[in-house]
Design a protein around this ligand. Structure first.
Ligand SMILES: [Zn+2]
Length: 304
């Protein structure tokens, strides 16, 4: 289902280091997409920290327009499997924190993470700007969810023991503001878990090279105006830069190859699936996987 959103195009500096120096990588969306979806957008790389972002940035006038089709958005995710994965993550946080405390899940979606944490005794709360997702998670799992942007929730200072940004930060137009707010509502030593895409992966390198070979100035990074609406392209260096600037110290950072989810019902699809599988294996060898997982701790309060 395609929803028509209206965008305001804003020229922003790099959200990680603040630099306005950049190099144009290529174009994404519209005439620069093989299925012609979205709007053609310039994708650039920060000259200082390597962060990849659209310039100008398409900021939707109504963010809920992008994510209101809840069935479609999570159509590839099985809730029961997701609860199992969430349970493993909560278990990990418990071990590293040493106790069960107060947990915040930002962009809590259908609420599986909150359900997994609640079952283990956490005092947990979700923040979800999409009303449908918030309503669905409350009715399905009986969890507490605030249907509001984080900055409007007015949580107390030094409140949470663990904060989760699970495949969320790449969707944020102003991630530095969110991380500053997370810093304020976190205690000293609070654990912050982030999972996001690595836009400097081998997959992207090969994809962009392929476009150059066939004579196109397109890139494979981000999806600013079409699903899944990724607007921030983190790399190992750029996420480190952003977290350091917002008062967090990284204790764990690792790249993972990610899932190969292409269908392989026909010959062309099978060849594509094979190609993706080979790239996944190679990305392990070269440490250039598509997913980055980060565990960080709040080490200092910052002024907002
Ligand atoms: Zn930068």
């Amino acid at each position: 289902m395609t929803l028509k959103a209206h965008y305001t195009w804003v020229t922003l500096p790099c959200c990680c280091c603040g630099s306005t120096s950049y190099k144009l990588l290529g174009y994404r969306g519209g005439a620069a997409h093989r299925n012609r979806i979205g709007i053609k957008t310039d994708i650039v790389r920060c000259s200082f920290c390597g962060h990849i972002y659209p310039r100008p940035m398409p900021v939707p006038d109504d963010i809920d327009m992008l994510y209101s089709d809840t069935e479609d958005y999570f159509s590839r995710n099985n809730p029961d499997k997701k609860i199992q994965v969430c349970d493993l993550l909560v278990d990990r946080l418990e071990k590293h924190l040493g106790y069960v405390g107060r947990l915040l899940d930002i962009g809590s979606g259908r609420g599986e993470m909150l359900y997994a944490a609640k079952k283990r005794g956490w005092d947990c709360c979700g923040v979800e700007t999409c009303k449908e997702f918030a309503d669905q998670s409350r009715s399905t799992y009986g969890v507490e969810v605030k249907n509001s942007p984080l900055e409007n929730c007015h949580f107390p200072n030094n409140h949470f023991d663990a904060v989760i940004l699970n495949v969320v930060i790449e969707h944020l137009h102003y991630p530095q503001k969110i991380l500053s707010e997370i810093n304020r509502i976190s205690k000293d030593g609070t654990l912050l878990w982030i999972e996001t895409s690595n836009e400097a992966s081998l997959y992207h390198l090969i994809g962009n090279l392929y476009y150059r070979i066939i004579g196109k100035n397109w890139v494979t990074q981000l999806s600013p105006t079409f699903s899944p609406y990724h607007v921030q392209g983190f790399t190992k260096n750029s996420i480190k830069t952003l977290l350091s600037k917002t008062g967090f110290h990284i204790e764990y950072l690792r790249l993972y190859p990610g899932k190969a989810i292409l269908p392989y019902s026909g010959f062309k699809e099978f060849v594509e699936y094979l190609g993706v599988t080979i790239v996944r294996s190679a990305s392990k060898i070269f440490d250039m996987g598509r997913i980055v997982k980060v565990e960080a701790r709040k080490v200092k309060a910052i002024s907002i």
